[in-house]
Ligand binder design. Structure first.
Ligand code: SF4
Ligand code: SF4
Length: 378
């Protein structure tokens, strides 16, 4: 069950249009976070460590639709928090679908099966279910037993009703390639999902457990081991072949943080979904006024180990458009797991990390108390 042709054509045409217009920076996927509240508290999560008044805030339906228009990306991913906790999530999704945006509703699936009736199957709507491996691994990653079984049940129900479903699998350093290989076969063969997104977890500074994030070296070794086990198995990844090649140490990529811009209750997040170092009031201001060169591996300490898809998939997509034959060769033959890895980006000149969370949260709370318009909806 590949990505529908309509999505491939529209996204391909969008990228070509941007190239013809000579746009050096353009978004591919809008990361829309309509709330930070979640019904889980995963050990590796860096999104939910806000005080209650902030966790209680929601973006309104209109704010969400305006953000999608303002940004113009053909794909809108809705993470959070848990978006199914937003009382108007159906209106948000329907509004985006009506605007022909390809929506990926990212959910931990605890509420998904119960809420399926409220949604309508469409080539424009995909449930992207957070599942970090088999029962043991996932329940450990989300710090709660029984979540894997509920997610699997919700996926089966959604597939039966004709919904598009993908799995978003974040890997930590205790992941075992053999287990992950079995999990990928289970997801593709038994759960019949459209594809799986795999990536190493980003070392969020606010994540409650810090010691399990993978380094770049560990990530590359892990993916080589995994892809060796994948030979002959028909895994479907919801990612470009060049991003997978990058994970296996065969590409020296720099990230493209503006490829997946983030809009949440505070505004447009600088510089990316993973790092929160300030906010821009408009998408235009985000694109034009962010000092992009001060971020990325080799430039900033907090970016040293990042290999996450939201930063590097856009780089891989741009490389695919520039070198389609290179990408096609990898798609057909698979990722080379034996050749020497390319050198990594040197870290000697990276600027030290700045710790801005407390000051930023205080600033945001202060702004909240001021006369500005709030966007609470639920
Ligand atoms: S990782 Fe996702 S599911 Fe887990 S606490 Fe964070 S937002 Fe919720
Ligand atoms: S490397 Fe890029 S994508 Fe990763 S945290 Fe840094 S700016 Fe964001």
């Amino acid at each position: 069950m590949p990505v529908p042709l309509i999505q491939q054509v529209r996204v391909g045409a969008y990228v070509l249009r941007q190239k013809l217009r000579g746009n050096a920076r353009y978004p591919l996927v809008l990361m829309l976070e309509p709330l930070f509240r979640c019904n889980l508290a995963c050990a590796g999560c860096g999104k939910i460590d806000y005080p209650d008044p902030i966790l209680n805030r929601r973006m309104s339906v209109q704010d969400c639709l305006d953000a999608a228009e303002e940004c113009g990306a053909p794909i809108v991913s809705i993470p959070g928090g848990e978006p199914l906790l937003h009382k108007e999530i159906v209106e948000i999704v329907n509004g985006l679908v009506a605007r022909k945006k390809f929506v990926y509703l990212c959910t931990n699936a605890l509420l998904m099966e119960k809420r399926l009736d409220r949604f309508t199957p469409s080539p424009y709507l995909t449930f992207s279910v957070h599942l970090d491996g088999d029962r043991e691994h996932h329940d450990r990653a989300v710090s709660q037993e029984g979540v894997f079984d509920r997610a699997v049940s919700a996926i089966r129900a959604a597939r039966q009703r004709g919904f598009r479903v993908t799995i978003n699998c974040t890997l930590f350093d205790y992941a075992d390639p053999k287990n992950v290989a079995e999990f990928l076969s289970f997801a593709c063969d038994e759960l019949d999902v459209e594809g799986v997104t795999v990536a190493p977890g980003y070392a969020y500074e606010r994540a409650p457990v810090q010691e399990h994030f993978m380094t770049r070296t560990r990530t590359k070794d892990f993916f080589r081991a995994l892809f060796r086990l994948g030979s002959g198995r028909k895994w479907r990844f919801n990612q470009s072949s060049l991003y997978l090649d990058f994970l296996a140490g065969n590409q020296q990529y720099r990230c493209t943080p503006w490829g997946n811009p983030t809009r949440n209750i505070f505004g447009w997040q600088r510089p990316c979904y993973l790092l929160s170092e300030g906010y821009a009031p408009t998408f235009k201001a985000l694109m034009e006024e962010t000092d992009w060169d001060s971020y990325g591996t080799g430039n900033y300490e907090k970016c040293a180990n990042c290999m996450v898809h939201c930063g590097y998939e856009p780089t891989a997509v741009i490389d695919t458009v520039a070198h389609p034959l290179k990408a096609l060769k990898i798609a057909l033959r698979g990722v080379d797991t034996e050749k020497p890895m390319v050198a990594d980006i040197p870290l000697e000149n990276q600027r030290p990390a700045e710790f801005v969370f407390e000051a930023l949260t205080a600033q945001l709370k202060e702004a909240e108390a001021g006369p500005q318009k709030r966007s609470d909806a639920a």
